[in-house]
Design a protein around this ligand. Sequence first.
Ligand SMILES: [Zn+2]
Length: 196
Amino acid sequence: MAAQTEESDCAREQTKAEQDVDQVRQRAARDQQRLDSGAITSPKDLENLQHEIASLAKRQGDLEDIVLEVMERRESAQERVAELTERVGAVQGKVDDATARRDAAFEEIDGEVASVTKEREVIAAAVPADLLKLYDKLRQQQGGVGAARLYQRTCQGCRQELAITELSEIRAAAPNTVVRCENCRRILVRTAESGL
Ligand SMILES: [Zn+2]
């Protein structure tokens, strides 16, 4: 944006400088015509006119230098605009690519959520209502994990090793009894690797 503004400022400046040159040129041409017409006879007037033509020529030269200087600045501003436009294009390409990949990831995650949700519904339907209620309550209280595996005498929810007395109680409990961790109160899932 800044480069584009600079470029258009230079363009305006160039037009103005070119108009200045034009005005001086026209005035010099008029003076020259008057001089050539022979209408001016007074030596003093002739001298003044010649003097003016000379200083207009000098002025025109100075103004033309300004035009050239502005044109150079404008050219480098245009180069900068072109370079930056190309970079914007490249960055936009990366943004578009990242957006497309993000959207694809969203789609994948949404699909996964849908299938996991469905899976959970099927499993939840087979769990007794009171147990499911307890599980959901614990899950809410315990950072999303309501049940944990008992692995080598350790609750995998809180990572605490269970006391001997607790372990023997669990060992004695019937397979369908809901046992819970004494420490974190999560439902403990017994497996062959529970160390009982
Ligand atoms: Zn625990």
